[in-house]
Design a binder for this molecule. Structure first.
Ligand SMILES: [Zn+2]
Length: 203
């Protein structure tokens, strides 16, 4: 049985070491067909081989709203060193764009929360409005974690487009507006950020 005590910052099975790793992200949402995890155009982040890759196990995680349910989060990939495959024998993960690696919270939940902050709600009010199934302290930690990684986010966004003029003094809210400008037609800019830059939105 999955644990009832969810920690969105470090869900069960999460490896902290994965955080510093280049995450290949794929389009698609939970419940997505296997083809989302096509290994085409993918190379091993350890040895750069592309002909050696095999699908390994599917990655599951808790549904943030129902800890009795599991959702597909991604695919573990094996870089085969058997026979003539020439790989390195190591594994790595491919994630759905909607997944925030190491976090139970999804990209769209984080985005909805950020939009509420942009609209002027307090974090507490935003969390209540969205009925986030986490303790408030966890949501505060999430925001601290976002602020901590803000420089990297902004550096990447600035490569795409200069930030829009903002009336907000808060750099986090300025970044939310910047995300809207860089991904104007997106329903979930954090997911599109991960697809575009192949880097986690939340460290
Ligand atoms: Zn390899």
């Amino acid at each position: 049985m999955p644990s009832k005590k969810l920690d969105p910052l470090f869900p069960p099975g999460a490896k902290k070491t994965d955080a510093s790793f280049a995450f290949p992200f794929r389009a698609g949402y939970p419940g997505t067909p296997r083809t989302a995890f096509s290994l085409k155009q993918l190379s091993c982040p350890h040895c750069d081989q592309s002909q050696s890759l095999n699908r390994h196990s599917v990655l599951y995680g808790n549904d943030p709203f129902d800890c009795a349910k599991e959702r597909v989060r991604g695919q573990r990939v094996f870089c085969s060193n058997r026979g003539q495959r020439g790989g390195c024998g190591r594994t790595f993960s491919v994630f759905l764009a909607e997944v925030l690696p190491r976090h139970t919270l999804t990209a769209s939940l984080v985005w909805q929360c950020l939009l509420k902050l942009l609209a002027g709600l307090s974090l507490k009010a935003a969390a209540e409005k969205l009925r986030l199934p986490f303790a408030l302290e966890t949501v505060y930690r999430l925001r601290r974690s976002l602020r901590h990684g803000l420089d990297l986010l902004r550096t990447r966004l600035c490569r795409e487009q200069t930030p829009p003029g903002s009336a907000h003094p808060d750099p986090l809210l300025q970044t939310v507006e910047h995300l809207q400008v860089v991904f104007p037609r997106s329903g979930c800019p954090p997911a599109d950020f991960q697809l575009r830059f192949q880097r986690p939105f939340l460290g």
